[in-house]
Design a protein around this ligand. Structure first.
Ligand code: HEM
Length: 402
């Protein structure tokens, strides 16, 4: 079993972007862990290929990799997104990670959430709906899901309103680093200068926003350096903005393409929470992350050499038929069994409560203010992408409620 290599073939690669789940299922039926990859490496030059590639696809294997962060570390981020955002908790481990995460997480306490919902998230979401409600049609990706997390983050950070267009542009350039890396480096440098000014202003005049909290955060007399602060702020763009816009789009798309479940949510708002969790399980915005094996180790009967790069396939784990009945069905009424879209262990998503709250408010406001939703399917909108997934568009018609 260990000697055969299962990389993505040319034929499989063609289907991967549209729907990687059949490939995940095929691999998962044979292995929990295998030598090979669930990513398409065909465009990577030979000289840049990792020597040892493995993939974890069962729920148990993915869960174990996340939880054993000493053996499976995330240093790989230093040579990927870390090049664009700088050193952050994402690539740290152990004591250093714990100390650093404690410092930054003060800005994300649940206490803040109860304030953020009425003061920031609801006004942002309603303000966006105001922009298209009278027209009777909209592309909910362009006009809604892509926009509300950016506006929310910029307000949470306490950025001046007039900077939003500039900030939005640089944020999009940074998160598109796999497509245009040179432009992403420029955006990263521009964001650094911009955040340094924001940090400086708060040193002389403290504010009650995330940047203000980061400037004053202190544990045992230790404070965050400027580099740690602006790197963390840049991390919030791929970590907090991209994931939330994609996952909220996935949920809306799934509900609109499952009209009975959509009607059930319209009739009973208590179903929004289960719908969010099922959306995250069924179509996670990020299907795969990577880890390094820090030492030779065994995972589900497969020996991984030291230095192996491991695809940690969240998307596959979330559809493991050993954990969920009818795992390949989207069903908001299913018995709740936790998914792994927010990872697990020490790198568990720091923004998971915020992401859930933002999505809930977005769905609540849409349902409160609009009715008779119809998905316009002329241009064949669909969820696509690997490893990041979201709808190509969500063109809808609707009526304003009551
Ligand atoms: C549905 C939306 C989201 C999903 C699916 C998601 C998913 C994840 C995942 C899988 C990780 C672990 C990555 C890894 O270890 O390789 C992570 C980490 C992280 N997320 Fe999220 N995330 C979401 C929203 C957010 C939001 C809204 C924020 C903040 C504004 C955020 C901030 C972070 C941070 C700071 C980390 C790093 C934690 C650490 O390394 O200790 N995320 N997220």
């Amino acid at each position: 079993m260990e000697s055969s290599v299962h990389t993505v073939t040319v034929e499989e690669a063609a289907d991967l972007i549209r729907d990687p789940y059949p490939l995940f299922a095929k691999r998962r039926q044979e292995f929990g862990v295998f030598k090979g990859s669930v990513m398409d490496w065909s465009k990577t030059p030979e000289s840049m290929m990792p020597e040892h590639l493995y993939a974890a696809v069962s729920f148990d294997a993915v869960n174990r990799v996340f939880r054993e962060s000493k053996v499976f570390n995330s240093h790989i981020y230093d040579s990927t997104i870390g090049l664009f955002i700088g050193p952050t908790i994402l690539a740290m481990e152990g004591k250093r990670h714990w100390e650093h995460r404690n410092l930054v997480s003060a800005a994300f306490k649940t206490r803040s959430l109860s304030r953020w919902e009425p003061e920031i998230v609801r006004p942002v979401v309603n303000g966006l709906i105001d922009e298209f409600i009278d027209v009777g049609h909209a592309d909910l990706v362009k006009q809604f899901t892509l926009e509300f997390p950016t506006r929310v983050i910029s307000k949470l950070l306490g950025l001046p309103e007039e900077d939003l267009p500039w900030f939005r542009k640089r944020a999009v350039e940074l998160i598109s680093y796999t497509v245009k890396w040179k432009r992403a480096f420029e955006a990263s440098a521009a964001l650094k200068e911009y955040f340094l000014q924001q940090i400086e202003q708060r040193r002389s005049k403290p504010t009650e926003d995330i940047i203000g909290d980061l400037v004053s955060a202190e544990i045992d007399g230790e404070k965050l350096t400027d580099e740690a602060i602006y790197s963390f702020l840049r991390l919030l763009l791929p970590a907090g903005l991209e994931t939330t816009y994609r996952s909220s789009g996935n949920l809306l798309f799934l509900l609109l393409t499952h009209p009975e479940q959509f009607r059930a949510v319209q009739a009973d708002r208590d179903l929004i929470g289960p719908a969010i969790e099922e959306g995250l399980r069924y179509e996670t915005p990020l299907t795969t992350v990577q880890r390094y094996a820090a030492e030779e180790t065994e995972l589900e009967g497969v020996t991984l050499p030291q230095g192996a790069v491991i695809d940690v396939c969240i998307g596959s784990a979330n559809r493991d038929e050993k954990r969920w009945e009818r795992a390949e069905e989207f069903d908001i009424h299913r018995k709740r069994v936790p998914h792994i879209s927010f990872a697990a262990g020490e790198h568990t998503c720091m923004g998971l409560h915020l992401a859930r709250m933002e999505t809930r408010v977005a769905v609540e406001c849409l349902l409160d203010r609009m009715t008779d939703f119809q998905l316009v399917t002329d241009d064949n909108p669909h969820i696509h992408g690997q490893p990041f997934r979201s709808p190509t568009a969500i063109p809808v018609t609707f009526s304003a409620a009551g």
